[in-house]
Design a protein around this ligand. Structure first.
Ligand SMILES: Cc1ncc(COP(=O)(O)O)c(C=O)c1O
Length: 395
């Protein structure tokens, strides 16, 4: 028998300034705009005619800070929150979030007790976990809800619909468990071609039909990620599970359906400015050499903050409402910008790395395109040492 699970050492919120941790004066920060979050949540609810919303806030709400985001969305009426880890769920509970929290990642039997005592809802798809939860519920003298995960084509966790047709009735008889939810996850609902998503829905609907026929009614049936909320009404079911669109990004191949606004801006300030003649190498490896007399700014952000080294000689920033290029390699803690020709540029000036200023705008999608990834990874990759400053909603 393994020892009960402990999450000591997991840092809930080292990064969010304000009530949750000491404020910081670090000039490099991610500014979280709750107005934009409100707008994006309204865009979700506008599309789902009264269905429930499970807001996905795993991975620090995609890098935005799970606690302030969940608090705000709870105030807007989100029914449930989705996290990946038990630790993430416990942090939300400790922060006073009382709405149901679904742990959507794998749970191990030894985590059953902490799941029950922290009032977290598990995804189940194996008998050992279901039994451990049933035992833990019994010990606590409670009945706990569980959601069953169906793998209709993602090839990740979950039961095949055929196996689930036997599993769901079997665990429904375990004491202390209530099968509240049935869920599946799309592998490519973001594509214009919804053929595979339709096949996944066929499989899911056929399972729901067979459980209904056995008299097993499961109130929460959910499949829709942001892509499906935006472009696949058939998947809306009784609850939707958006993540990315809440944070202001459109995952669709066919971009443009989403009326959403980025919630996060990544900003810093010029720490030092130097005038150098032509022929001067900048940063590691001397991959950038000035071609003319240049003004080079150093900013206090690097790949340890999640500003990818892939942006070396490729990234851009906005200074005094003008785009400027990254000069040379991004270092661990610093990056250089070629600010030659920006009128009046001075040490201390604000530098926008994600966000807009004047008519210029840089998004996580722009960075993702340059570094060969997706906006999700850019946002989640902003590291824990970058403070998140929450811009409160006024009035
Ligand atoms: C199980 C599950 N549901 C919903 C989501 C939300 O997806 P999206 O951010 O594309 O809306 C995710 C995110 O990866 C997920 O893993």
């Amino acid at each position: 028998m393994r020892a009960p699970y402990t999450d000591r050492g997991y840092a809930c919120s080292p990064i969010v300034s304000g009530a949750d941790s000491p404020a910081t004066d670090r000039p490099t920060k991610a500014v979280i705009d709750l107005h934009a979050l409100t707008h994006n949540y309204a865009e979700v609810t506008r599309r789902i005619s009264g269905r429930k919303v499970l807001a996905v806030v795993k991975a620090q709400a995609y890098g935005h800070g799970a606690i302030p985001v969940a608090r705000h969305l709870a105030g807007l009426g989100a029914h449930m929150f989705g996290v990946a880890l038990v630790e993430e769920g416990r942090c939300l509970r400790d922060a006073g979030i009382t709405a149901p929290i679904l742990v959507m990642g794998p749970v191990f039997p030894e985590q059953a007790e902490v799941m029950v005592t922290s009032d977290l809802t598990a995804l189940v798809y194996t008998l050992p976990v279901a039994k451990a939860l049933s035992d833990a519920a019994g010990n606590a003298g409670r009945t706990v809800p569980v959601h069953v995960k169906i793998d209709t084509g993602m090839g990740r966790i979950g039961l095949t619909p055929e196996a689930a047709a036997e599993f769901v009735p079997a665990i429904s008889t375990l004491p202390g468990l209530f099968v509240e939810g049935l869920m599946t996850h799309f592998s490519d609902a973001d594509l214009r071609d919804k053929k595979f998503a339709a096949l996944q829905m066929d499989r899911f609907e056929s399972l729901m039909g067979s459980l209904d026929a056995k008299g097993i009614t499961i109130p929460l049936r959910h499949a829709a990620n942001s892509a499906a909320v935006l472009e696949y009404d058939r998947a809306l079911l009784t609850m939707v599970r958006p993540g990315l669109m809440l944070y202001g990004y459109d995952p669709l191949e066919n971009r443009g359906a989403a009326n959403v606004r980025p919630v996060l801006s990544l900003v810093t300030r010029i720490a030092s400015l130097k005038k150098v003649p032509a022929g001067v190498p900048i940063s590691y490896g001397r991959t950038f050499v000035t071609e003319r007399e240049s003004l080079i700014a150093t900013i206090p952000i690097g790949y340890a903050d999640g500003y990818s080294r892939g942006l070396s000689n490729r990234g851009e920033a906005i200074v005094r409402e003008k785009r400027v290029p990254v000069a040379g390699r991004v270092c661990m803690d610093m990056t250089m910008l070629d600010v030659t020709g920006i009128p009046g540029v001075a040490a201390g000036d604000e530098v926008m790395l994600i966000g807009s200023s004047g008519n210029e705008r840089i998004t996580a999608d722009d960075i993702a395109a340059k570094t060969g990834t997706i906006a999700y990874e850019v946002l989640c990759g902003i590291s824990g040492r970058v403070p998140r400053i929450v811009k409160q909603v006024q009035g």
